[in-house]
Write a protein that binds this ligand. Structure first.
Ligand code: ADP
Length: 486
């Protein structure tokens, strides 16, 4: 099918109205043979597809297929594996309109973002890792692939999180069983078709759809040598316990409550645009969202006034409309959670602002952009990850206070610093406990830069050279070291 436009997505969904099976060993299983669940468009509540709910048996079949495929795939020279990764990257570019529309319908995020941010980053991730596959033997002598990787991803960047997981795994010579989030499995299923189209050997990538129990079966499976998980801190904790003592390699990318620090010498207009990207990008459903605004006391009221004025111009509405800034939240559960947390903040004494100009659509799971000021550092909304378009603001007086406030969190994923004084920015940056730090910028991602957190934000890095270590076993390198030491 031609890879363009909404009508092609509708035709694709129509062609699969009998339901989607799992993608195992290079083929789709029969959907009618499985338990299944419904996937809906959060912007209007309408059903999109019926998707198989994977059982422990399905996981077992997929792991067996990945195990068989590993024998051949891991033996290919890196430059041979690179060819497939390049082909996948090109195929994603060829279909980027189709994939962007499908992602937007499944998740609720604005088409402007899926088209201009998600899909280009997805393609870039595969191109980048094709390069690593070519360089593997020379850059990582003595390392070998880990084996079969179980990968579990969330719903906020469905195809991008798939790319972050699958591209490095394949580049390093591993095979994969991936479980997409139950809210947003559709682009992963479209990706399975891409794997088939580029002739990726059967079993190298397997996609099993399902819910938490499907993920748990994957985590528990003895044929899996590595688990890579992105999702909530609570489930991350469960997975850490479940894999303890199993010998499985583990990486976790979990929650955050990232500070966005504005000093009194910052370019305030730039900082306001930064805030739009930090917390109103992707409805604030971003693990590294700049969700805690820390502002120097003397400029706080001036900055809040600018933020409120900018909020009035944001457009909330149909995700498929190219002028929409904020689309639908992923699900009713998520909407209820955000609503309850904002109510809690009010109860705890915060002042809540929502733009008077914004009318959220009557149907669908929409939430207006929200600013909470006068927030106490120990209050619930200052501490808990909201994962919605809600910014909480607090003030500080000195750089030391800013650092203390910024680090006063269970998380440590990202941070953003705004100041025209580079010495001050670099000094503060070095004292922040966060995996990624941006200066006069926010939410910038690149396939070449390792991403990941400290503390309850998880461990392990994704992207670049650091990310590849997560998919390589180092016993070969250690053995070589021992040889050299003799
Ligand atoms: P969120 O709160 O962002 O939905 P979750 O952590 O609940 O994040 O879900 C992220 C992914 O983890 C999803 O694919 C989900 O199905 C999966 N998952 C949920 N519970 C478990 C579990 N106990 N073991 C493994 N995977 C799970």
């Amino acid at each position: 099918p031609a890879p363009e436009g909404n009508e092609h997505v509708l035709a694709w969904l129509e062609a699969h109205k009998g339901g989607f099976g799992h993608f195992i060993d290079g083929r789709f299983t029969d959907p009618s043979a499985s338990k299944s669940f419904k996937v809906a468009n959060p912007a209007d509540g309408k059903p999109l597809a019926q998707v198989a709910h994977g059982t422990a048996q399905d996981i077992d079949k997929a792991v067996a297929a990945a195990g068989r495929a590993f024998k051949g795939w891991s033996k290919l020279p890196g430059h041979e594996r690179a060819k497939y990764l390049y082909a996948i990257a090109r195929n994603i570019q060829k279909r980027d309109r189709f994939l962007a529309v499908l992602e937007t319908m499944d998740n609720g995020k604005p088409i402007r973002e899926t088209r201009d941010i998600d899909m280009p980053l997805v393609a870039r991730h595969f191109y980048h890792h094709a390069g690593w596959a070519e360089l593997l033997e020379s850059e990582f002598p003595g390392y070998r692939p880990v084996g079969v990787c179980g990968q579990i991803i969330p719903w906020n960047f469905p195809l991008l999180m798939l790319a972050w997981k699958i591209a490095p795994a394949l580049a390093a010579g591993n095979t994969v069983v991936l479980k997409p989030a139950e809210q947003t499995p559709l682009t992963a299923l479209a990706f399975a078709e891409i794997c088939r189209e580029v002739g990726l050997p059967a079993g190298v990538v397997n996609i099993v759809t399902g819910e938490g129990d499907t993920g748990a079966a994957l985590v528990a499976h003895e044929g899996v040598q590595k688990i890579a998980f992105t999702g909530s801190t609570d489930v991350g904790r469960v997975i850490r316990t479940a894999t303890a003592g199993s010998g499985k390699k583990l990486s976790l990318e979990l929650g955050g409550k990232s500070p966005f620090i504005v000093f009194d010498d910052a370019d305030l207009d730039s900082a306001v645009e930064g805030l739009v990207d930090a917390i109103w990008f992707n409805q604030g459903e971003v693990c590294c969202a700049g969700s805690r605004l820390l502002v120097q006391e003397g400029i706080a009221e001036k900055l809040y006034a600018k933020v409120r004025a900018r909020m009035e111009t944001l457009r909330v509405g149909s995700p498929l409309d190219k002028s929409t800034d904020i689309g639908a939240v992923v699900s009713t559960e998520q909407l209820e959670r955000i609503t309850a947390l904002v109510a809690k903040g009010k109860e705890e004494g915060a002042e809540v602002f929502q733009p008077s100009s914004i009318q959220v659509p009557g149907t669908g799971t929409f939430f207006a952009p929200t600013l909470m000021t006068g927030v106490e550092p120990a209050s619930t909304v200052a501490v808990v990850e909201i994962f919605g378009p809600v910014l909480v603001a607090m003030t500080f007086r000195t750089p030391d206070e800013a650092v203390a406030l910024a680090n006063n969190t269970r998380f440590g994923l990202a941070a953003s610093i705004w100041s025209e004084n580079i010495n001050r920015s670099l000094d503060v940056a070095a004292r922040l406990k966060a995996g990624v730090i941006w200066i006069n910028a926010t939410n910038l991602f690149d396939a070449a830069a390792g991403f990941g957190g400290y503390r309850e934000s998880g461990f392990g890095r994704e992207g670049g050279r650091e990310g590849l270590y997560e998919y390589l076993a180092d016993d070969g390198a250690k053995a070589k070291g021992k040889e050299a030491a003799k």
